[in-house]
Design a protein around this ligand. Structure first.
Ligand code: MG
Length: 308
């Protein structure tokens, strides 16, 4: 089957810039794809790279789209190299445009960093959220551990708390966090990416020494990384960002074959990419874990707009 291939760039501005380890992120940029088959059936896809997290850059994705002919085939799509994981996701999801998935899965809510978390959870709880994510490693560990004590005391017992260090802790700090979490023994769902990507073996070691579960995020940005960590013996939780990890069909195959414990998360894509990512999450989620897809309040408008 041949597909007519069209694409255009998009930009979406965040209501407030998002603090990342690489500075403030102000505008989400990506590419929307359209494939039209010989029966005029249309499939939409989205390429939403985050190069600092491990995917290709937007420029690389754009160059890839530009060098393609106006008509492409499934072979073109299934031979996109692993160096272009966000393109693999975008093209494959355009090929198999999914139906809108049911939204029966629960989502996690992001708390503000530091002390502000103590005031913020209640309003979110009233909105129906029961899984919260709190970014740590922002203030000194002793300060944050005191806040953690207060936070876990005030949260309802049925609430769950995810701690995300984004790779920013030192090994000694990570141990302090894990000791505290083991001692609290309540509410903590997992500690996410305590150490940097190049310290995977130390994270693996930590996961064997504490009761508190650890999740890998930055360490498993792409499928080859996911496979590597699994082969090295990681049996903890994997945070998967479908839009940048690579080919959805290969991801499905890997998750089903190895029955991994996965949490699915968005990368601030538009509704096109989010629909495809949610579909994957619905299919592959186990253990009833909430998804990190509650992101609409980050954007000024609901849908993508403004071509460049
Ligand atoms: Mg994370």
């Amino acid at each position: 089957m041949n597909y007519k291939f069209e694409f255009r760039p998009y930009q979406r501005k965040f209501v407030r810039g998002i603090a990342t380890s690489h500075g403030i992120w102000e505008i989400r940029e990506g590419i929307i794809l359209r494939l039209t088959d010989e029966t005029n059936k249309i499939g939409w896809g989205e390429i939403a790279p985050i190069s600092w997290f491990g995917s290709e850059t937007l420029a690389q994705a754009w160059d890839f789209c530009r060098q393609l002919p106006k008509e492409i085939t499934e072979e073109t799509i299934f031979s996109i190299p692993d160096q272009l994981p966000a393109c693999q996701f975008g093209f494959e999801s355009a090929l198999f445009s999914p139906p809108t998935p049911s939204t029966s899965l629960t989502h996690s809510a992001l708390l503000p960093t530091g002390e502000a978390a103590l005031q913020a959870w209640e309003n979110l709880w009233q909105q129906g959220y029961s899984t919260f994510k709190w970014k740590i490693g922002v203030y000194p560990t002793p300060v944050e551990l005191k806040i953690l004590d207060l936070l876990t005391q005030s949260l309802p017992t049925s609430a769950k708390l995810r701690l995300d260090a984004n790779g920013g802790l030192k090994e000694e700090e990570a141990k302090l966090w894990l000791e505290s979490c083991d001692r609290l023994n309540t509410n903590i769902e997992f500690l996410e990416q305590p150490l940097s990507v190049d310290q995977f073996l130390q994270i693996l070691e930590l996961s064997k020494c504490y009761k508190t579960a650890i999740a890998l995020d930055e360490s498993v940005a792409t499928l080859p990384q996911l496979e590597y960590c699994f082969q090295q013996g990681w049996r903890g939780i994997f945070v998967i960002k479908p839009a940048i990890i690579g080919s959805p069909s290969q991801l499905r195959q890997f998750c089903q074959q190895h029955e991994i414990d996965a949490v699915f998360s968005s990368v601030f894509e538009t509704s096109i990419g989010r629909k495809a990512a949610l579909q994957i999450a619905v299919e592959l989620s186990r253990h009833n874990r909430a998804m990190g897809f509650g992101i609409n309040h980050y954007f000024a408008e609901d849908e993508e707009s403004g071509t460049r």
